[in-house]
Design a protein around this ligand. Structure first.
Ligand SMILES: [Zn+2]
Length: 300
């Protein structure tokens, strides 16, 4: 085929060069049904889509949203989710919160299960923002990223108002990911409005006051390498937990926000890349022993 530059960056297929086609070439069959749900394909535009639109992935999304790490609606598995979608009672995540006990009874086939589900859904209304946000299924925001977004912004309104540069203030969100998240949050406006109208919690509880007052309050700490001294038996995640217990923030990479790098002097005289970065940025490097001393009140 020949390809030419049609617009700014998107190349356009012009024609097949049949003379260059190898003898054993096989025809590529075009899909006749949506590969995801087996339903009809919408061919109105050059880019084909499932005729169901976002509804195509709806059962998987609703099941994900009800999961233990998200809204934690115990008992709401795929079978009942499918029944609720088929009856038209659920067209998005927010519809879960306006279901009646009768609708849940019909979907689950038992009044007892319907009542139990209604109870679970009522409890799910007060989940923290991090879980509610995670339940939206925004691309690139799993459990821990949703926690960081919720902790950073505090409220759903603040998340919605953030532009790409503000989104990048969240650790782990770079210039490529930020605009994608902002765009997806904007496209979910109707669903988020419905969730709020249904009384679903839209705020993240503040960190306990005690943690903000520890010896590491307001400090960001990166832990690397093998620990020694009083911390010798601890793995990195345990030391990170200790950082948080002492009121600090545990981070994984050294940058201008880093207060301390905790790392033992290298055994072979060659400093680690994190130690080199810390030296470049003038970040204070603490030995595991010195760090243990600093947080001694929180040890044991
Ligand atoms: Zn489909």
């Amino acid at each position: 085929m020949t390809v030419y530059k049609a617009g700014d960056i998107i190349p356009r297929v012009k024609a097949a060069v049949i003379g260059l086609r190898p003898a054993g070439a096989q025809e590529v069959p075009l899909p006749t049904a949506c590969p995801n749900c087996g339903g009809e394909i919408n061919k109105d535009q050059e880019r084909w889509r499932c005729a169901k639109g976002t509804g195509c992935a709806l059962p998987a999304l609703i099941e994900y949203a009800a999961g233990r790490d998200m809204l934690d609606i115990d008992g709401l598995g795929r079978t009942y989710v499918n029944a609720l979608i088929e009856s038209g009672d659920v067209t998005d995540v927010a519809d879960l919160f306006t279901l009646t006990e009768e609708q849940l009874t019909a979907a689950s086939g038992s009044a007892k299960r319907g009542a139990k589900l209604a109870e679970q859904i009522a409890a799910a209304r007060s989940r923290p923002l991090s879980r509610v946000f995670c339940a939206l299924g925004v691309l690139g925001t799993g459990r821990s990223m949703s926690r960081r977004i919720a902790a950073h912004f505090g409220t759903m309104d603040a998340v919605r108002q953030a532009d790409a540069s503000e989104m990048q203030e969240v650790e782990g969100i770079g210039p490529e990911k930020a605009p994608v998240i902002v765009e997806q949050v904007a496209s979910l406006a109707r669903v988020i409005d419905k969730l709020a109208a249904a009384g679903v919690n839209m705020t993240e509880p503040r960190q306990p006051q005690a943690a903000a007052e520890g010896p590491l309050a307001g400090r960001t700490v990166v832990v690397t390498g093998k620990m020694s001294g009083p911390l010798a038996d601890m793995g990195r995640s345990e030391v990170n937990a200790l950082v948080e217990k002492a009121g600090g923030r545990a981070a994984s990479s050294v940058n201008s926000k880093t207060t301390y790098l905790v790392c033992a002097p290298s055994a072979n005289g060659k400093p680690s890349s994190k130690a080199v970065k810390a030296a470049e940025l003038g970040v204070t490097v603490l030995t595991p022993e010195a760090f243990a001393e600093l947080v001694s009140d929180c040890l044991g």
